[in-house]
Design a protein around this ligand. Sequence first.
Ligand code: ADP
Ligand code: ADP
Ligand code: MG
Length: 471
Amino acid sequence: MIKKILIANRGEIAVRIVRACAELGIRSVAVYSEADRHALHVKRADEAYTLGADPLAGYLSPQRLVSLAVETGCDALHPGYGFLSENPLLADLCDQHGIKFIGPSAEVIRRMGDKTEARRSMIAAGVPCTPGTEGNLADLAEAISEAERIGYPIMLKATSGGGGRGIRRCNSREELEQAYPRVISEATKAFGSAEVFLEKCIVNPKHIEAQILADSFGNTVHLYERDCSIQRRNQKLIEIAPSPQLTPEQRAYIGELSVRAAKAVGYENAGTVEFLLTGDEVYFMEMNTRVQVEHTITEEITGIDIVREQIRIASGLPLSVKQDDIRHQGFALQFRINAEDPKNNFFPSFGKITRYYAPGGPGVRTDTAIYTGYVIPPHYDSMCLKLIVWAMTWEEALARGLRALDDMRLHGVKTTTAYYQEILRNPEFRTGEFNTSFVENHPELLEYSEKRSPDQLALAIATAIAAYAGL
Ligand code: ADP
Ligand code: ADP
Ligand code: MG
């Protein structure tokens, strides 16, 4: 069994991994940039080491992270999500230094991280893919002729993209001509690769993804699906498990497809297979070879600790569950509480959390690294908290979501909280029928009033008095 893990990440996911280590009796090692010196993952881990002054360089340096793992006597490294989690060089370097990388092999990461290569693997395995180009595009002329063949609207996508960036819908040749150089430059800056490809745009699809787990003995299971259709600019805001919009037959089919996809590439550890659904058609979109932000809701409906399973698998242990024993119960929703101002085009709102009070009560979970007095650094993601609710029925889950969002007190920065309450009150959302255009089609949900609660007013007065008194 693994004894000591270096967590090559920060924020809530680093804290999440520390928690799994603590429950398994494994020693945890945090790393931090100077901007993160006062971050919760640093305080909560058993040991913590600085990566230096640069806010990003250390978190993005495979050499630095692996040599720290070696120096501090770790036998494994958990990459979390984002940063280097889908970088095959980190997995390779871990291998070379006898550090177990908690994730699939470098070869699988490389193959699935390249979206056109992943598509080819899936087509070969008989997993349906969206119609699109066979490989990357050579130039704009090829893009135009391929778009004509596939038919507009099309999606122009960065081959190494992620996080909802490097994707542009084009409805016509003119739009494609405009988007082409932009996506290339965006992809080069964000992902260090200029490769792009085309996919048919599935109009108003549902984003449905399946969680899979695979051990080193060839056991591969799925943990049902998540519905991530509530997105803004291809980025997820609210995630739901299981999807309230699937028939049992569709659920079984997507589960089976995801296991087939994982087996086809010799997958090991936790992963997510993402699909687009329209009517009865299901199309493979991509595979994420890491723990996902929204793994929490799957944990809530199945009772399976996904990070624990990741560590067990990496330790060479078999899966602790068999497919037939995996059940799901009730509904779980995750709200990505971002430090952003929805009324100002979701502009990031970094700064000091003057007060944070966690929501509680039955069926409520918060995964976060914030605390009262914490200053959100401007260098990283704006997601500052994940609020997860679970209840037996869809209606109860909605009521619990509204209640928990109301319970929470998070002052000092603007957040997406009130906006999510508007979504939860929306009749269309409540019927459980929505697609990836929901946010765009409901601009009126941004019209909520920013009425100050008595509590906020009291805080404003206290802050003013403190400032006056020079406290
Ligand atoms: P999930 O797929 O788990 O829902 P997101 O797409 O929201 O995750 O991404 C989680 C984090 O990882 C975000 O900070 C995002 O910017 C980052 N990320 C995801 N994919 C990549 C990538 N290919 N390159 C760089 N950063 C990425
Ligand atoms: P990322 O790696 O950034 O997560 P994805 O390929 O998963 O990129 O796409 C992100 C989102 O963009 C999807 O959830 C979906 O809403 C939208 N999208 C991607 N491809 C298509 C497509 N072919 N048709 C319609 N929507 C798409
Ligand atoms: Mg995706």
